[in-house]
Design a protein around this ligand. Sequence first.
Ligand code: GLN
Length: 312
Amino acid sequence: MTYGKILEEGEKLLLDEGVEEGRLDAWYLFSHCFSMDRGMYLVKAGNRILQEHKEAEASFRSLIEKRRQRIPLQQLLKSQEFMGFEFFVNEHVLVPRQDTETLVETVLSEEKIWVMEKRPYKVLDLCTGSGCIGLSLARCFQGMTGAKQDAGGNNGCCPPDMEIVLSDISEEALQVAEENIGRLRCETVCRAVRSDLFEAFEGTKFDCIVSNPPYIPSGEIERLSPEVRDHEPRLALDGSQDGLEFYRRIGREASGHLVFGGRLYLEIGWDQGVAVPEILYAAGFTGIKVLRDLAGKNRVVKAVFPGIETEK
Ligand code: GLN
């Protein structure tokens, strides 16, 4: 058996199973198991598999089998890149999507002025999952403010009076977020807090709240790809019957946790660009904007809490 042959076999197994990017997925798994880049592979493709690679061969076969069962590639590789950073992922969190980079980029450009000037500056990332949103923000804010890491390398990710809270209802997801706080060396600025939305934040106000909540209507989950439907956490996807339950709850509760003039940024489904602004408008938010993703679809809603105090 040669390196070329085993890769080809893997590709065929995935393509026969109807895995859309079967060839590419087989290559990533191969490269991961055999620690080979493309150049090395091209040199060795015709060689017989070395004895020292027997274990790599076994793990490649087993990963191909798992991919055939539609376990997402990123769960097999335990990793996904997002905003140029490498995140640890497993079956307890949603794999970071490219769509969500639109949310992060919106926050970066709209918040820049506050990031530079406002102290203290506090951000809450609700339904954080892997932590990819809050942690990318932390790392990019670091670039904006020019904050340096200290000699230990794991400190000073952002100026000291900046805080980013990553929260999730799922204990397992929070463990992933914690792992990523460490990997991205954001210990001084980010912390993970278990909370059912705002439950744990009684009396705390933030400058900015950002969230990619579950927003798929329950009845549509069955129509998603097997990777998402069968292997990604339902808890991170199911937005109740009409998909809007979390927007209603966040709309009701967020204003109690924002400073006057505080901003709320939400990822939405492509067809929720009217319903979500309506919910936020009814909840007293102003300055509501809907932004599109790279595919031109509605993807992000920004809203401002004007801070009008009403008589109780
Ligand atoms: N965009 C995700 C998907 O298509 C869903 C994300 C979410 O519900 N927050 O699977």
